[in-house]
Design a binder for this molecule. Structure first.
Ligand SMILES: *[C@@H]1O[C@H](CO)[C@@H](O)[C@H](O)[C@H]1NC(C)=O
Ligand SMILES: *[C@@H]1O[C@H](CO)[C@@H](O)[C@H](O)[C@H]1NC(C)=O
Length: 429
Protein backbone atom coordinates (compact mmCIF):
# COMPACT_ATOMS: atom_id res chain seq x y z
CA UNK A 1 0.00 0.00 0.00
CA UNK A 2 2.84 2.32 0.84
CA UNK A 3 4.40 1.54 -2.52
CA UNK A 4 1.13 2.14 -4.33
CA UNK A 5 0.69 5.50 -2.58
CA UNK A 6 4.23 6.51 -3.27
CA UNK A 7 3.68 5.59 -6.93
CA UNK A 8 0.56 7.66 -7.10
CA UNK A 9 2.25 10.66 -5.55
CA UNK A 10 5.10 10.28 -8.01
CA UNK A 11 2.60 10.22 -10.91
CA UNK A 12 0.73 13.21 -9.53
CA UNK A 13 4.01 15.07 -9.32
CA UNK A 14 4.94 14.12 -12.88
CA UNK A 15 1.50 15.10 -14.10
CA UNK A 16 1.84 18.48 -12.35
CA UNK A 17 5.26 19.06 -13.86
CA UNK A 18 4.20 18.07 -17.38
CA UNK A 19 1.11 20.29 -17.10
CA UNK A 20 3.23 23.24 -16.08
CA UNK A 21 5.66 22.54 -18.94
CA UNK A 22 2.75 22.33 -21.42
CA UNK A 23 1.34 25.57 -20.06
CA UNK A 24 4.67 27.34 -20.58
CA UNK A 25 4.98 25.96 -24.14
CA UNK A 26 1.43 26.92 -25.09
CA UNK A 27 2.07 30.39 -23.63
CA UNK A 28 5.18 30.89 -25.74
CA UNK A 29 3.54 29.57 -28.94
CA UNK A 30 0.49 31.74 -28.39
CA UNK A 31 2.74 34.76 -27.87
CA UNK A 32 4.60 34.08 -31.15
CA UNK A 33 1.38 33.61 -33.12
CA UNK A 34 0.01 36.84 -31.68
CA UNK A 35 3.20 38.65 -32.57
CA UNK A 36 2.79 37.61 -36.22
CA UNK A 37 -0.98 38.04 -36.54
CA UNK A 38 -1.32 41.22 -34.53
CA UNK A 39 1.94 43.10 -34.91
CA UNK A 40 0.36 46.21 -33.44
CA UNK A 41 -1.07 44.49 -30.39
CA UNK A 42 -4.66 43.51 -29.73
CA UNK A 43 -6.18 46.90 -29.16
CA UNK A 44 -5.47 48.86 -32.33
CA UNK A 45 -5.24 45.84 -34.66
CA UNK A 46 -9.03 45.79 -34.86
CA UNK A 47 -9.07 48.99 -36.95
CA UNK A 48 -8.19 47.24 -40.19
CA UNK A 49 -11.39 45.21 -40.11
CA UNK A 50 -13.85 47.86 -39.03
CA UNK A 51 -15.98 49.24 -41.88
CA UNK A 52 -15.51 52.96 -41.23
CA UNK A 53 -11.80 52.78 -41.69
CA UNK A 54 -10.08 56.12 -42.13
CA UNK A 55 -7.97 55.49 -45.17
CA UNK A 56 -5.57 58.28 -44.29
CA UNK A 57 -4.51 56.45 -41.13
CA UNK A 58 -3.05 53.70 -43.27
CA UNK A 59 -0.57 56.02 -44.87
CA UNK A 60 3.00 55.20 -43.92
CA UNK A 61 6.14 53.90 -45.60
CA UNK A 62 6.87 50.16 -45.70
CA UNK A 63 10.16 50.52 -43.80
CA UNK A 64 8.49 52.48 -41.04
CA UNK A 65 5.86 49.79 -40.72
CA UNK A 66 8.36 46.92 -40.48
CA UNK A 67 10.43 48.71 -37.85
CA UNK A 68 7.18 49.14 -35.94
CA UNK A 69 6.64 45.43 -36.35
CA UNK A 70 10.14 44.61 -35.02
CA UNK A 71 9.55 46.87 -32.05
CA UNK A 72 6.28 45.14 -31.36
CA UNK A 73 7.82 41.71 -31.61
CA UNK A 74 10.61 42.75 -29.28
CA UNK A 75 8.02 44.03 -26.88
CA UNK A 76 6.07 40.78 -27.10
CA UNK A 77 9.24 38.82 -26.63
CA UNK A 78 10.04 40.78 -23.47
CA UNK A 79 6.52 40.11 -22.26
CA UNK A 80 6.89 36.38 -22.88
CA UNK A 81 10.28 36.29 -21.14
CA UNK A 82 8.81 37.98 -18.15
CA UNK A 83 5.87 35.57 -18.07
CA UNK A 84 8.35 32.76 -18.37
CA UNK A 85 10.31 33.99 -15.36
CA UNK A 86 7.11 34.30 -13.38
CA UNK A 87 6.09 30.77 -14.34
CA UNK A 88 9.49 29.46 -13.29
CA UNK A 89 9.09 31.15 -9.93
CA UNK A 90 5.64 29.60 -9.59
CA UNK A 91 7.08 26.18 -10.43
CA UNK A 92 9.68 26.60 -7.70
CA UNK A 93 7.01 27.59 -5.20
CA UNK A 94 4.78 24.72 -6.28
CA UNK A 95 7.63 22.25 -5.93
CA UNK A 96 8.20 23.39 -2.34
CA UNK A 97 4.44 23.12 -1.70
CA UNK A 98 4.38 19.61 -3.14
CA UNK A 99 7.28 18.65 -0.89
CA UNK A 100 5.49 20.05 2.17
CA UNK A 101 2.27 18.35 1.15
CA UNK A 102 4.09 15.05 0.77
CA UNK A 103 5.63 15.45 4.19
CA UNK A 104 2.24 16.10 5.79
CA UNK A 105 0.49 13.38 3.76
CA UNK A 106 3.05 10.92 4.99
CA UNK A 107 2.53 12.12 8.57
CA UNK A 108 -1.25 12.01 8.15
CA UNK A 109 -1.02 8.48 6.77
CA UNK A 110 0.88 7.41 9.86
CA UNK A 111 -1.68 9.16 12.07
CA UNK A 112 -4.57 7.36 10.37
CA UNK A 113 -2.92 3.99 10.60
CA UNK A 114 -2.31 4.53 14.31
CA UNK A 115 -5.55 6.28 15.29
CA UNK A 116 -7.77 4.40 12.82
CA UNK A 117 -9.50 1.11 13.22
CA UNK A 118 -6.38 -1.02 12.86
CA UNK A 119 -6.01 -2.54 16.26
CA UNK A 120 -4.01 -5.63 15.47
CA UNK A 121 -0.30 -4.96 15.61
CA UNK A 122 0.49 -6.58 12.27
CA UNK A 123 3.60 -8.47 11.22
CA UNK A 124 7.05 -8.05 12.71
CA UNK A 125 8.86 -4.93 11.60
CA UNK A 126 5.79 -3.15 10.21
CA UNK A 127 4.60 -1.52 13.45
CA UNK A 128 5.09 2.22 13.82
CA UNK A 129 3.73 4.15 16.77
CA UNK A 130 2.44 7.71 16.53
CA UNK A 131 4.87 10.59 16.83
CA UNK A 132 3.12 13.17 14.68
CA UNK A 133 0.21 14.38 16.77
CA UNK A 134 -2.78 16.10 15.15
CA UNK A 135 -2.69 19.90 15.20
CA UNK A 136 -5.19 21.94 17.22
CA UNK A 137 -8.11 23.73 15.58
CA UNK A 138 -6.99 27.37 15.17
CA UNK A 139 -8.81 29.74 17.54
CA UNK A 140 -8.64 33.30 16.22
CA UNK A 141 -10.61 34.70 19.13
CA UNK A 142 -7.54 34.21 21.33
CA UNK A 143 -5.86 37.19 19.72
CA UNK A 144 -7.40 38.62 16.53
CA UNK A 145 -4.68 41.25 16.18
CA UNK A 146 -1.90 38.66 16.22
CA UNK A 147 -3.95 36.43 13.91
CA UNK A 148 -4.08 39.21 11.31
CA UNK A 149 -0.38 39.87 11.60
CA UNK A 150 0.53 36.20 11.27
CA UNK A 151 -1.69 35.80 8.25
CA UNK A 152 0.41 38.47 6.60
CA UNK A 153 3.90 37.49 7.77
CA UNK A 154 3.83 33.69 8.01
CA UNK A 155 4.50 31.30 5.14
CA UNK A 156 2.77 27.89 5.06
CA UNK A 157 1.56 28.63 8.60
CA UNK A 158 5.13 28.75 9.87
CA UNK A 159 6.98 31.63 11.48
CA UNK A 160 10.30 32.42 13.12
CA UNK A 161 9.76 34.24 16.42
CA UNK A 162 12.44 36.23 18.23
CA UNK A 163 11.96 37.95 21.59
CA UNK A 164 14.06 41.04 22.06
CA UNK A 165 14.55 44.11 24.22
CA UNK A 166 16.96 46.99 23.73
CA UNK A 167 19.81 45.17 25.55
CA UNK A 168 20.33 42.84 22.62
CA UNK A 169 20.27 45.26 19.69
CA UNK A 170 23.86 44.57 18.49
CA UNK A 171 23.32 40.82 18.13
CA UNK A 172 19.79 41.26 16.78
CA UNK A 173 21.12 43.58 14.11
CA UNK A 174 23.59 40.92 12.94
CA UNK A 175 20.82 38.34 12.97
CA UNK A 176 18.48 40.50 10.90
CA UNK A 177 21.23 41.07 8.34
CA UNK A 178 21.72 37.29 8.07
CA UNK A 179 17.97 36.72 7.71
CA UNK A 180 17.90 39.18 4.83
CA UNK A 181 20.95 37.65 3.12
CA UNK A 182 19.17 34.31 2.81
CA UNK A 183 15.84 35.97 2.01
CA UNK A 184 13.76 34.66 4.89
CA UNK A 185 10.39 36.47 4.87
CA UNK A 186 8.49 34.81 7.72
CA UNK A 187 10.48 36.38 10.54
CA UNK A 188 8.90 38.25 13.42
CA UNK A 189 10.38 40.17 16.34
CA UNK A 190 8.34 40.29 19.53
CA UNK A 191 9.37 43.54 21.20
CA UNK A 192 9.65 43.54 24.96
CA UNK A 193 10.12 47.27 25.34
CA UNK A 194 9.01 50.36 23.44
CA UNK A 195 12.30 51.05 21.70
CA UNK A 196 11.98 47.89 19.63
CA UNK A 197 9.23 49.17 17.38
CA UNK A 198 11.25 51.90 15.70
CA UNK A 199 14.31 49.63 15.64
CA UNK A 200 12.38 46.99 13.70
CA UNK A 201 10.82 49.56 11.43
CA UNK A 202 14.18 51.02 10.49
CA UNK A 203 15.54 47.51 9.95
CA UNK A 204 12.54 46.55 7.83
CA UNK A 205 11.38 43.50 9.76
CA UNK A 206 7.93 42.56 11.05
CA UNK A 207 7.28 43.54 14.63
CA UNK A 208 4.75 42.57 17.25
CA UNK A 209 4.09 44.35 20.53
CA UNK A 210 2.12 42.33 23.02
CA UNK A 211 -0.91 43.68 24.78
CA UNK A 212 0.06 45.07 28.18
CA UNK A 213 0.36 42.37 30.79
CA UNK A 214 1.82 43.80 33.99
CA UNK A 215 3.71 40.83 35.43
CA UNK A 216 5.12 39.66 32.13
CA UNK A 217 6.12 43.05 30.78
CA UNK A 218 8.05 44.06 33.87
CA UNK A 219 10.30 41.06 33.34
CA UNK A 220 10.57 41.84 29.63
CA UNK A 221 11.76 45.39 30.07
CA UNK A 222 14.12 45.07 32.96
CA UNK A 223 14.85 41.38 33.15
CA UNK A 224 18.25 39.81 32.60
CA UNK A 225 18.98 37.03 30.15
CA UNK A 226 17.41 34.17 32.03
CA UNK A 227 14.30 36.04 33.06
CA UNK A 228 13.60 37.08 29.46
CA UNK A 229 14.32 33.53 28.37
CA UNK A 230 11.53 32.26 30.59
CA UNK A 231 9.07 34.69 29.04
CA UNK A 232 9.05 33.03 25.67
CA UNK A 233 7.12 30.04 26.92
CA UNK A 234 4.22 32.30 27.80
CA UNK A 235 4.45 34.38 24.66
CA UNK A 236 4.49 31.42 22.26
CA UNK A 237 1.25 29.91 23.50
CA UNK A 238 -0.98 32.21 21.47
CA UNK A 239 0.96 31.50 18.29
CA UNK A 240 0.25 27.80 18.67
CA UNK A 241 -3.38 28.39 19.63
CA UNK A 242 -3.78 30.33 16.40
CA UNK A 243 -2.61 27.22 14.56
CA UNK A 244 0.92 28.30 13.62
CA UNK A 245 4.11 26.29 13.85
CA UNK A 246 6.75 28.35 15.58
CA UNK A 247 10.50 28.31 15.16
CA UNK A 248 11.71 30.08 18.27
CA UNK A 249 15.09 31.71 17.90
CA UNK A 250 17.38 33.48 20.37
CA UNK A 251 19.11 36.64 19.14
CA UNK A 252 22.67 35.24 19.19
CA UNK A 253 21.93 33.10 16.15
CA UNK A 254 22.92 33.63 12.51
CA UNK A 255 20.87 32.20 9.65
CA UNK A 256 23.07 30.92 6.83
CA UNK A 257 20.29 29.02 5.03
CA UNK A 258 16.50 29.08 5.22
CA UNK A 259 15.61 26.36 7.78
CA UNK A 260 12.11 25.91 6.32
CA UNK A 261 13.46 24.79 2.96
CA UNK A 262 14.23 21.14 3.48
CA UNK A 263 15.91 21.23 6.89
CA UNK A 264 13.01 20.51 9.25
CA UNK A 265 11.31 17.12 9.60
CA UNK A 266 8.01 18.41 11.07
CA UNK A 267 7.16 14.96 12.43
CA UNK A 268 7.42 15.72 16.15
CA UNK A 269 5.86 18.04 18.68
CA UNK A 270 9.26 19.47 19.52
CA UNK A 271 12.23 19.60 17.15
CA UNK A 272 15.20 21.23 18.83
CA UNK A 273 18.85 21.97 18.42
CA UNK A 274 21.20 20.42 20.95
CA UNK A 275 23.87 21.56 23.37
CA UNK A 276 25.72 18.35 22.47
CA UNK A 277 29.03 18.47 20.63
CA UNK A 278 29.44 15.00 19.10
CA UNK A 279 27.32 12.00 18.11
CA UNK A 280 27.05 10.68 21.64
CA UNK A 281 26.27 13.83 23.53
CA UNK A 282 23.90 15.13 20.86
CA UNK A 283 21.96 11.98 20.03
CA UNK A 284 22.17 10.07 23.31
CA UNK A 285 24.29 7.30 24.74
CA UNK A 286 24.49 4.57 27.31
CA UNK A 287 26.66 5.85 30.16
CA UNK A 288 27.73 3.03 32.45
CA UNK A 289 28.29 3.91 36.09
CA UNK A 290 30.45 1.70 38.26
CA UNK A 291 29.94 0.78 41.92
CA UNK A 292 32.59 -1.84 42.81
CA UNK A 293 31.00 -2.54 46.23
CA UNK A 294 28.15 -4.25 44.35
CA UNK A 295 30.51 -6.92 42.99
CA UNK A 296 28.66 -8.94 40.36
CA UNK A 297 26.25 -6.03 39.71
CA UNK A 298 28.82 -3.26 39.87
CA UNK A 299 27.82 -1.75 36.51
CA UNK A 300 24.63 0.25 36.22
CA UNK A 301 23.62 1.66 32.88
CA UNK A 302 22.35 5.20 32.59
CA UNK A 303 20.84 7.03 29.63
CA UNK A 304 22.39 10.36 28.84
CA UNK A 305 21.86 13.10 26.33
CA UNK A 306 23.05 16.70 26.37
CA UNK A 307 20.11 19.05 26.83
CA UNK A 308 17.96 20.42 24.04
CA UNK A 309 18.84 24.05 23.56
CA UNK A 310 15.83 26.12 24.53
CA UNK A 311 17.12 28.98 22.38
CA UNK A 312 16.26 27.32 19.09
CA UNK A 313 13.37 24.91 18.70
CA UNK A 314 10.45 24.22 16.39
CA UNK A 315 7.01 23.55 17.85
CA UNK A 316 4.08 22.13 15.95
CA UNK A 317 0.70 23.48 17.11
CA UNK A 318 -0.35 20.37 19.01
CA UNK A 319 -1.74 19.74 22.49
CA UNK A 320 1.53 18.28 23.82
CA UNK A 321 3.43 21.37 22.59
CA UNK A 322 0.98 23.71 24.31
CA UNK A 323 1.03 21.60 27.44
CA UNK A 324 4.82 21.81 27.42
CA UNK A 325 4.69 25.61 27.30
CA UNK A 326 2.16 25.71 30.13
CA UNK A 327 4.13 23.37 32.32
CA UNK A 328 7.40 25.23 31.84
CA UNK A 329 5.76 28.65 32.45
CA UNK A 330 4.04 27.34 35.53
CA UNK A 331 7.24 25.89 37.01
CA UNK A 332 9.22 29.03 36.22
CA UNK A 333 6.67 31.32 37.81
CA UNK A 334 6.97 29.35 41.06
CA UNK A 335 10.75 29.07 41.25
CA UNK A 336 14.08 30.57 40.28
CA UNK A 337 14.91 27.64 38.06
CA UNK A 338 16.74 28.02 34.75
CA UNK A 339 14.25 27.79 31.90
CA UNK A 340 16.42 25.48 29.80
CA UNK A 341 16.70 22.97 32.63
CA UNK A 342 12.95 23.03 33.22
CA UNK A 343 12.25 22.72 29.49
CA UNK A 344 14.34 19.54 29.36
CA UNK A 345 13.04 18.03 32.59
CA UNK A 346 9.45 18.43 31.38
CA UNK A 347 10.36 16.85 28.07
CA UNK A 348 12.34 13.88 29.32
CA UNK A 349 11.36 12.84 32.85
CA UNK A 350 8.86 9.96 32.89
CA UNK A 351 5.73 9.77 34.98
CA UNK A 352 6.37 8.65 38.55
CA UNK A 353 4.36 8.41 41.75
CA UNK A 354 2.84 11.83 42.30
CA UNK A 355 3.87 13.15 38.89
CA UNK A 356 2.53 12.70 35.41
CA UNK A 357 5.12 13.21 32.73
CA UNK A 358 4.51 15.02 29.47
CA UNK A 359 3.92 12.80 26.46
CA UNK A 360 5.44 14.88 23.70
CA UNK A 361 7.32 13.51 20.73
CA UNK A 362 10.78 14.96 20.23
CA UNK A 363 13.49 15.12 17.63
CA UNK A 364 16.97 16.50 17.94
CA UNK A 365 18.27 18.51 14.99
CA UNK A 366 21.41 17.61 13.05
CA UNK A 367 24.35 19.07 14.99
CA UNK A 368 26.19 20.24 11.87
CA UNK A 369 23.14 21.87 10.27
CA UNK A 370 21.97 23.52 13.48
CA UNK A 371 25.35 24.19 14.98
CA UNK A 372 26.21 25.45 18.42
CA UNK A 373 29.39 27.44 18.92
CA UNK A 374 31.17 24.66 20.80
CA UNK A 375 30.85 22.39 17.76
CA UNK A 376 32.04 25.20 15.51
CA UNK A 377 35.03 26.34 17.53
CA UNK A 378 36.21 23.02 18.99
CA UNK A 379 35.60 20.76 15.99
CA UNK A 380 34.37 22.17 12.73
CA UNK A 381 36.82 25.01 12.15
CA UNK A 382 39.72 22.53 12.62
CA UNK A 383 38.32 19.84 10.32
CA UNK A 384 39.05 20.19 6.60
CA UNK A 385 35.88 18.32 5.56
CA UNK A 386 33.42 19.73 8.10
CA UNK A 387 34.67 23.24 7.35
CA UNK A 388 33.33 22.99 3.82
CA UNK A 389 29.73 22.38 4.88
CA UNK A 390 27.58 25.42 5.36
CA UNK A 391 25.32 25.15 8.41
CA UNK A 392 21.69 26.28 8.37
CA UNK A 393 22.23 28.29 11.54
CA UNK A 394 25.06 28.96 13.97
CA UNK A 395 24.14 29.63 17.61
CA UNK A 396 26.79 31.47 19.65
CA UNK A 397 25.42 29.96 22.85
CA UNK A 398 28.71 28.76 24.29
CA UNK A 399 30.54 32.08 24.13
CA UNK A 400 30.13 35.46 25.81
CA UNK A 401 31.91 37.53 23.12
CA UNK A 402 28.89 37.10 20.88
CA UNK A 403 29.17 40.09 18.55
CA UNK A 404 32.82 39.44 17.63
CA UNK A 405 32.24 35.75 17.03
CA UNK A 406 29.07 36.39 15.05
CA UNK A 407 31.01 38.77 12.82
CA UNK A 408 33.68 36.08 12.43
CA UNK A 409 31.05 33.54 11.37
CA UNK A 410 29.66 35.94 8.76
CA UNK A 411 33.16 36.60 7.40
CA UNK A 412 33.94 32.89 7.29
CA UNK A 413 30.74 31.51 5.77
CA UNK A 414 29.38 34.44 3.80
CA UNK A 415 32.43 36.42 2.73
CA UNK A 416 34.80 33.51 2.15
CA UNK A 417 37.44 34.77 4.56
CA UNK A 418 39.03 31.42 5.43
CA UNK A 419 40.98 32.59 8.48
CA UNK A 420 38.15 34.62 10.04
CA UNK A 421 37.64 32.15 12.89
CA UNK A 422 41.29 31.40 13.64
CA UNK A 423 41.99 34.10 16.22
CA UNK A 424 39.32 32.98 18.69
CA UNK A 425 40.11 30.60 21.55
CA UNK A 426 38.05 27.36 21.76
CA UNK A 427 36.25 28.54 24.87
CA UNK A 428 36.09 31.79 26.77
CA UNK A 429 39.25 32.64 28.66
C1 LIG B 1 -10.01 60.73 -41.04
O1 LIG B 1 -8.82 61.43 -40.69
C2 LIG B 1 -8.88 62.80 -40.90
C3 LIG B 1 -7.49 63.39 -40.63
O2 LIG B 1 -6.88 62.86 -39.47
C4 LIG B 1 -9.96 63.42 -40.04
O3 LIG B 1 -10.03 64.79 -40.24
C5 LIG B 1 -11.25 62.73 -40.32
O4 LIG B 1 -12.25 63.20 -39.47
C6 LIG B 1 -11.17 61.24 -40.20
N1 LIG B 1 -12.36 60.58 -40.61
C7 LIG B 1 -12.93 59.58 -39.90
C8 LIG B 1 -14.16 59.01 -40.52
O5 LIG B 1 -12.47 59.17 -38.82
C1 LIG C 1 28.64 10.18 13.79
O1 LIG C 1 27.54 9.48 13.23
C2 LIG C 1 27.47 9.51 11.82
C3 LIG C 1 26.18 8.87 11.40
O2 LIG C 1 25.96 7.68 12.08
C4 LIG C 1 28.71 8.84 11.25
O3 LIG C 1 28.67 8.89 9.86
C5 LIG C 1 29.94 9.56 11.76
O4 LIG C 1 31.11 8.90 11.32
C6 LIG C 1 29.93 9.63 13.29
N1 LIG C 1 31.03 10.46 13.73
C7 LIG C 1 31.93 10.06 14.60
C8 LIG C 1 33.04 11.02 14.94
O5 LIG C 1 31.90 8.96 15.13
Amino acid sequence: MAIAMAGRRERTKQLLRSRIATAILVGILFGCICAVLFPNGFYNSGSSSTPNTNSTSKVGSASCESSERVKMMKYNFALISETNAQLKKQVRELTEKVRLAEQSTENARKQVSVLGTEIKAGPFGTVKSLRTNPTVVPDESVNPRLAKLLERVSINKEIIVVLANSNVKPTLELQIASVKRVNIQNYLVVGLDDSMESFCESNGVAYYKRDPDKTVDKVGETGGNHAVSGLKFRVLREFLQLGYSVLLSDVDILFLQNPFLGHLYRDSDVESMSDGHDNQTTYGFNDVSDDPTMGWARYAHTMRIWVFNSGFFYLRPTLPSIELLDRVSDTLSNSEAWDQAVFNEELFFPSRPGYIGLHASKRVMDMYEFMNSKVLFKTVRKDQELKKLKPVIVHLNYHPDKVERMQGVVEFYENGKVDALDSFPDGSE
